[in-house]
Design a protein around this ligand. Structure first.
Ligand code: ZN
Ligand code: ZN
Length: 81
Protein backbone atom coordinates (compact mmCIF):
# COMPACT_ATOMS: atom_id res chain seq x y z
CA UNK A 1 0.00 0.00 0.00
CA UNK A 2 1.28 3.39 -1.01
CA UNK A 3 1.83 6.01 1.62
CA UNK A 4 0.41 9.39 0.83
CA UNK A 5 1.79 12.50 2.42
CA UNK A 6 0.74 12.40 6.04
CA UNK A 7 1.89 15.90 6.81
CA UNK A 8 -0.95 18.31 7.42
CA UNK A 9 -0.40 21.87 6.24
CA UNK A 10 -3.05 23.55 8.26
CA UNK A 11 -3.67 24.38 11.85
CA UNK A 12 -6.71 24.40 14.07
CA UNK A 13 -8.58 27.67 13.46
CA UNK A 14 -9.25 27.94 17.18
CA UNK A 15 -6.10 26.64 18.87
CA UNK A 16 -3.59 27.60 16.16
CA UNK A 17 -1.77 24.31 16.56
CA UNK A 18 -0.78 21.97 13.76
CA UNK A 19 -3.41 19.37 12.97
CA UNK A 20 -2.63 15.67 12.91
CA UNK A 21 -3.78 13.40 10.08
CA UNK A 22 -6.38 10.89 11.27
CA UNK A 23 -7.67 9.41 8.01
CA UNK A 24 -7.17 10.38 4.39
CA UNK A 25 -9.31 13.51 4.48
CA UNK A 26 -9.71 13.96 8.19
CA UNK A 27 -7.46 15.70 10.67
CA UNK A 28 -7.58 15.95 14.42
CA UNK A 29 -6.55 18.85 16.61
CA UNK A 30 -4.29 17.57 19.40
CA UNK A 31 -5.41 20.44 21.63
CA UNK A 32 -9.22 20.59 21.45
CA UNK A 33 -9.68 17.05 20.01
CA UNK A 34 -11.93 18.46 17.33
CA UNK A 35 -12.03 16.62 14.00
CA UNK A 36 -11.74 18.54 10.77
CA UNK A 37 -12.43 17.69 7.16
CA UNK A 38 -9.55 18.70 4.94
CA UNK A 39 -10.56 20.36 1.70
CA UNK A 40 -8.14 21.12 -1.09
CA UNK A 41 -9.06 24.22 -3.01
CA UNK A 42 -7.91 26.12 -6.07
CA UNK A 43 -5.84 29.21 -5.11
CA UNK A 44 -7.57 31.20 -7.84
CA UNK A 45 -11.25 30.48 -7.31
CA UNK A 46 -11.32 28.76 -3.88
CA UNK A 47 -13.34 25.88 -5.27
CA UNK A 48 -12.54 22.30 -4.38
CA UNK A 49 -10.19 20.56 -6.78
CA UNK A 50 -10.14 16.96 -7.97
CA UNK A 51 -7.21 14.82 -6.98
CA UNK A 52 -5.33 13.06 -9.78
CA UNK A 53 -2.83 10.40 -8.78
CA UNK A 54 -0.14 9.62 -11.31
CA UNK A 55 2.96 7.50 -10.89
CA UNK A 56 4.26 8.69 -7.55
CA UNK A 57 2.96 12.22 -8.05
CA UNK A 58 -0.29 13.83 -7.04
CA UNK A 59 -1.78 16.65 -9.03
CA UNK A 60 -4.98 18.57 -8.66
CA UNK A 61 -7.43 19.69 -11.27
CA UNK A 62 -9.65 22.74 -11.12
CA UNK A 63 -12.50 22.67 -13.58
CA UNK A 64 -11.88 26.31 -14.41
CA UNK A 65 -8.12 26.66 -14.05
CA UNK A 66 -6.78 23.28 -15.11
CA UNK A 67 -3.91 21.49 -13.38
CA UNK A 68 -2.76 22.97 -10.08
CA UNK A 69 0.50 21.94 -8.46
CA UNK A 70 0.15 20.52 -4.97
CA UNK A 71 2.46 23.31 -3.79
CA UNK A 72 -0.13 25.90 -4.78
CA UNK A 73 -3.16 24.17 -3.35
CA UNK A 74 -4.96 25.94 -0.54
CA UNK A 75 -6.12 23.85 2.37
CA UNK A 76 -9.35 24.59 4.13
CA UNK A 77 -10.45 22.87 7.31
CA UNK A 78 -14.08 22.44 8.24
CA UNK A 79 -15.32 21.11 11.53
CA UNK A 80 -16.60 17.55 11.22
CA UNK A 81 -19.43 16.69 13.56
ZN1 ZN B 1 -8.08 22.92 18.30
ZN1 ZN C 1 -9.86 27.45 -9.96
Amino acid sequence: MQHLATEVKGQCPECKVRLIRAESHYCDCPSCQQRFIEQRCCPHCQKMVDCIKGCGAVNYLCRQHGLISKHNIEYHYLKAD
